[in-house]
Design a protein around this ligand. Structure first.
Ligand SMILES: Cc1cc2nc3c(=O)[nH]c(=O)nc-3n(C[C@H](O)[C@H](O)[C@H](O)COP(=O)(O)O)c2cc1C
Length: 202
């Protein structure tokens, strides 16, 4: 089977999580709004469109969000052990979250808990969003804070909305290799669980 050109596949292959950003870069807000427009096209339970986005550029707010998130991360990083600890260490992931201050823009993504399937729908929108950010030539990370109440307080968010992720957006301060992905054959079965693909995709 010959693989045809597919723009989504190309963007998905290129995208990677970036945790180190160049500081003080100017990013045109239009790029962010275009990426969010893509997210607004996502499907959602009963078409409720439960997602809400807060674009954060203010340095003072970014600093307060970083402080709140770092405080909440400390207990997790003290607890974590074994293989997961090693995985985090290999990637330099600690309780410190400089990307929340260094990235020129943060996008806080909320779901409306009064909608059907709020998280499921919002995470589809997040997937659209991170690919669209990639298409704009920008880098991102889907950061999921350990505790969200303080961030909600800082941003003045009503109780019914749940913080799903905070996405820093900007330019990488250094290059990073793409994380390994399993091959099609390792993750896809045909007709029955365990039935391997007998098609070679080139
Ligand atoms: C639901 C979800 C939660 C994640 N939470 C975090 C997080 O809190 N901190 C972080 O540094 N990366 C987080 N990531 C990024 C993953 O670690 C990353 O996507 C994965 O290691 C694959 O790397 P890649 O995105 O560069 O391909 C999260 C990703 C997803 C989809």
């Amino acid at each position: 089977m010959k693989k045809r050109e597919n723009i989504v596949l190309m963007l998905a292959r290129r995208r990677k999580s970036i945790r180190e950003y160049r500081r003080d870069e100017d990013i045109p807000i239009e790029k962010i709004l275009t990426a969010i427009e893509a997210a607004l096209e996502a499907p959602s339970g009963r078409n409720c469109q439960p997602w809400r986005f807060i674009i954060i550029r203010d340095k003072g707010l970014k600093r307060r969000i970083r402080e709140a998130c770092e405080e909440a991360e400390k207990p997790f990083h003290q607890r974590v052990k074994g293989e997961f600890k090693k995985w985090l260490q290999d990637r330099g992931i600690t309780w410190r979250k400089p990307f929340l201050e260094d990235a020129p823009i943060l996008i806080a993504v909320y779901s409306d808990t009064e909608c059907p399937y709020p998280s499921q729908s919002t995470w589809i929108a997040i997937a659209y969003l991170i690919l669209a950010i990639e298409a704009e030539g920008l880098a991102s990370l889907t950061y999921t804070p350990s505790k969200t109440s303080k961030v909600n307080e800082i941003l003045g968010v009503p109780n019914r909305y749940r913080l799903e992720t905070i996405i820093p957006v900007g330019y990488p301060s250094r290059d990073k290799r793409k994380e390994h992905r399993a091959a099609l054959e390792e993750r896809v079965f045909i007709d029955r669980w365990g039935n391997r693909l007998d098609i070679t995709v080139k």
